[in-house]
Design a protein around this ligand. Structure first.
Ligand SMILES: NC(=O)NCCC(=O)O
Length: 423
């Protein structure tokens, strides 16, 4: 296909009602709170400038000292020339210039203000090539080709509770939420990545944490089961589902590039990211559900690093808000029991192989991030940095093969002087 080859990708969360209701069979109700309005209040800003902002005032409502995101805080408070320079260092340049904004249709803007969700749109360029056209993705009316939702989007993130009743949310791959999204995939001609809690009815009702890839004709293209199960803080997920058995495959679409899914905690494993890269991924989505106290400083680093090291784009999508459960639970750390998990800090963003990234979506309300991506950038960065060519896979493979053996001993050369009695 000739013409303009641009991948337009959308990542985000389906705007949802502020409350989750648990079905009659399970009983009870959990509250899910997302802040409705931006909180830019002068007293907080003044307090922040005076350095006496209580930590709780920025975390309670999910904002950052009253701002939607770090970038929002910086853009409002820094003089334009300072913001430009800070931005260059913080989120990088794409093809030597700041990321371009995409003009949004009025209808989309109206929807975002009616339903109060954050809406931002950017464009990642690649250099023009002599032999290849930029890579095209043709889309429906809204201009969206790929939509990726947050981890386990169809249920409260109840894994902290360890209560088995939440298993009732699990669905087969072709279950209710898939059927719901298939209709939208067809209607809007877009691929949808739908991360759910899967019930594998053909294998004794086994549960998995699975991302289903629904094609733009409503067909189920494939699925990826979460490779790594967290064992950290309140993320007690091994109580609910098994370690994935689908491997690090990526899905090849004729028009939309090669996409892969690395579910949440998998982002802490560089070899996991590498595996998707070795299979040729051009965009890896990381649908997540993680909370501020645990992982926020890691969030802007890991995906971006993966994009750089593997010469692909990464879409980082996180849940937003605080979910409160009917029964309090403990974290096994001697601290008092509590009924919520902490604040899911949103902050979804895209990272590119040239180290640029978009600003983050809101930290406290639902959002939709749209990005144009020229997938040619992946190969251009491979040619420039040669990470695939300079990597020493044979050394790593040899070390891994030896490491897997029970009699493995770390290769340490000790200082002979250590064993001398006196120097
Ligand atoms: N859902 C999930 O895997 N969370 C683990 C916590 C984290 O990786 O930040």
């Amino acid at each position: 296909m000739g013409g303009l080859f641009v991948a337009r990708l959308t990542s985000g969360r389906i705007p949802q009602k502020g409350t989750w209701y648990v079905g009659p069979a399970t009983g009870g109700e959990i509250q899910r709170e997302c802040r409705g309005q931006p909180h830019i209040s002068l007293p907080k800003e003044i307090a922040a400038q005076n350095g006496n902002l209580e930590e709780s005032s920025s975390t309670k409502d999910g904002s950052i000292c009253g701002y939607e995101s770090l970038h929002h805080l910086l853009s409002v408070n820094l003089k334009p020339h300072l913001y430009k320079e800070v931005s260059r260092l913080l989120i990088g340049l794409n093809c030597g210039k700041p990321l371009e904004l995409i003009a949004l249709p009025e209808a989309a803007k109206a929807l975002s203000s009616k339903h109060d969700f954050d809406l931002q749109a950017f464009s990642f360029d690649a250099d023009k090539e002599l032999l290849r056209e930029p890579q095209v993705v043709r889309v429906g009316a809204s201009g969206v080709n790929i939509l990726c939702l947050q981890e386990a989007w169809m249920m409260p993130f109840a894994f902290c509770t360890r209560e088995k009743r939440w298993c009732e949310f699990a669905e087969p791959v072709d279950g209710e939420s898939t059927r719901f999204l298939q209709e939208y995939a067809r209607k809007y001609n877009m691929v949808i990545i739908s991360p759910i809690l899967e019930r594998d009815v053909n294998h004794g009702e086994t549960l998995w944490n699975t991302a289903i890839i629904i094609g733009n004709h409503g067909n189920i293209i494939g699925k990826h089961r979460k490779n790594h199960i967290p064992r950290v803080g309140d993320f007690n997920e091994s109580t609910y589902y098994m370690e994935g058995n689908t491997g690090p495959s990526c899905v090849s679409r004729r028009l939309y590039g090669k996409i892969a899914v690395n579910i949440c905690y998998g982002r802490h494993h560089p070899m996991n990211w590498l595996a998707f890269g070795l299979n040729g991924a051009e965009i890896v989505f990381n649908p997540s559900a993680t909370v501020g106290e645990l992982s926020e400083p890691m969030w802007p680093i890991e995906a971006r690093n993966a994009a750089i090291a593997n010469s692909y784009f990464v879409g980082s999508i996180n849940r937003v808000g605080t979910e409160t459960f009917p029964n309090p639970f403990t974290s096994g750390d001697g601290k008092p029991q509590h009924a919520d998990f902490g604040h899911f800090y949103g902050s979804s963003h895209f990272s590119a192989p040239d180290a640029s990234c978009t600003p983050s979506l809101s930290r406290y309300k639902d959002g939709l991030l749209i990005s144009d991506m020229d997938l040619n950038l992946c190969r251009q960065l491979k040619d420039k940095w040669g990470f695939r060519m300079t990597a020493r896979y044979e050394l790593y493979a040899d070390l891994l093969a030896r490491y897997l053996k029970p009699d493995f001993e770390p290769q340490v050369i000790s200082d002979p002087l250590l064993h001398k009695k006196s120097l």
